[in-house]
Design a protein around this ligand. Structure first.
Ligand SMILES: CC(=O)SCCNC(=O)CCNC(=O)[C@H](O)C(C)(C)COP(=O)(O)OP(=O)(O)OC[C@H]1O[C@@H](n2cnc3c(N)ncnc32)[C@H](O)[C@@H]1OP(=O)(O)O
Ligand SMILES: N[C@@H](CCO)C(=O)O
Length: 392
């Protein structure tokens, strides 16, 4: 029997999405430099975003959705040109769904430091060269500061809801603490108040894999030519990360020790779970930039809601928004006790647990349960009016 079938390498050295042939994504450029928490400033910042629905004349119906580590602005809609994956919260957004564009103006930015249209290491600096290794250290607060500028430019003073999971949940928390008057309601999923030792440890192994790849070239690989980026390192990083995103029992139940059909593990072939991880690694390598992966993972490592705010409890006490803070019962990366402690420190917050066999990724998969949380914060979806055509 044959060994593993190779999945193709990405066409370019950094999977950077600079355009949007489908025409959904828009951009804003920040006129003023962004002062950074770690020092210095970032000039020429561009933030990509997508929207669904129409902004009300009084701007009272705006909802901000914040993606996780390898997400992007494409929160809803099919995959297609410029959109390598289908919408990550498709089940929540649409006519009759919890976030109905007939009623809500939904905004999903690509995070600062990302690679799907916003300024990140693969983007060009004002002098025309790629940022690469010269891209500065970012924190979640810097990313939220850029999102606040986007809100200003869109004419949104206060979000009816700020919601996100994992890295998106960290930024949602930063919004509620740093901009309490601009955060009307808060939904934080599968995220901690501060980076955990397990997160730091898992990330260290992932980033070591990327940096050990000769294709990394110290972070300045973007112009090295097609197929010459640190694809092997990024793929190994994704395999390890994906293991932390899925449930232990789920993997056992789905794959056990079974051989991948058509392959013989006794003669160089793979077992199903190995093939599954290879597939997720290859998919990420085709759509994501390793430089962004490093910058965003390090920003998550710097996450600490209490930093320079008198500690975690003092920071969380600043939150005025009605809040739901939920974890996934099978999440081994950020287990529910972390969210229980977080919710206990947020005035009036409710702690919930999403029931799912899927582990950390449950916040993306269990959209029916997440929808109920959105209902509880925003009210049920209005009866369909047919006003929203799906066009934006
Ligand atoms: C908030 C954010 O924006 S985060 C960004 C979200 N998106 C991502 O993370 C993209 C990566 N994808 C994922 O992590 C997950 O697919 C999720 C969370 C989006 C969805 O999870 P699930 O629906 O449970 O997908 P699952 O983990 O089972 O993977 C399905 C894929 O594995 C493939 N697969 C399953 N078994 C095998 C196997 N034995 N060998 C090879 N591939 C396999 C399937 O064919 C499918 O491929 P496809 O995605 O190319 O269609
Ligand atoms: N699968 C998600 C989970 C990370 O929290 C991602 O890749 O962004």
């Amino acid at each position: 029997m044959p060994g593993p079938a190779a999945e193709p390498l990405p066409p370019a050295s950094g999977a950077w999405q600079d355009g949007d042939p489908a025409g959904r994504r828009r951009w804003v450029s920040l006129a003023e430099p962004l002062a950074l928490e770690a020092g210095g400033e970032l000039t020429g910042v561009r933030i990509a975003y997508e929207t669904w629905g129409r902004l009300a004349p009084d701007a009272s119906n705006a909802v901000l959705l914040l993606h996780a580590l390898t997400g992007d602005s494409h929160a809803a809609g099919p995959a297609g040109p410029g959109h390598p994956t289908a919408g990550w919260w498709d089940g929540l957004i649409g006519t009759g769904r919890a976030l109905d564009p007939d009623r809500w103006f939904i905004v999903a930015p690509n995070v600062l430091g990302g690679c799907q249209g916003s300024t990140g290491p693969a983007a060009r600096r004002p002098d025309g060269r790629r940022w690469g290794s010269s891209f500065p250290v970012l924190t979640q607060r810097d990313q939220v500061a850029a999102e606040a500028r986007l809100a200003d430019l869109l004419g949104i003073e206060r979000w009816a809801l700020v919601a996100g999971g994992s890295m998106g949940g960290m930024r949602a928390l930063e919004w509620a603490v740093g901009h309490p008057r601009r955060t009307g309601a808060l939904l934080v999923l599968a995220a901690p108040a501060a980076a955990t030792a397990r997160q730091l440890a898992c990330t260290q192994v992932q980033l070591a894999a990327i940096r050990a790849d000769p294709g990394w070239r110290g972070g300045d690989y973007h112009d090295a030519g097609p197929g010459r980026g640190p694809h092997t390192g990024l793929g190994i990083a994704r395999r390890l990360a994906h293991l932390t995103y899925r449930g232990r029992a789920e993997l056992e139940h789905r794959f056990g020790r079974a051989a991948q059909p058509g392959e013989d593990p006794w003669h160089g072939g793979r077992r199903q779970v190995e093939s599954y991880l290879d597939h997720h690694a290859a998919k990420l390598v085709r759509r994501f930039d390793a430089g962004s992966y490093v910058v965003l993972a390090e920003a998550m490592n710097h996450h600490d809601i209490g930093r320079a705010r008198g500690g975690t409890a003092a920071a969380l006490a600043r939150i005025t928004a009605p809040a739901v803070i939920a974890g996934v019962d099978s999440d081994e990366l950020y287990p529910p006790p972390l969210q229980a402690r977080l919710a206990a420190a947020v005035p009036g917050a409710e702690h919930r647990v999403i029931a799912s066999p899927h582990g950390h990724d449950g916040f993306l998969i269990e959209t029916a349960q997440v929808s109920r949380m959105v209902h509880d914060l925003l009210g049920p979806p209005a009866p369909p009016t047919g006003r929203w055509s799906g066009g934006g």
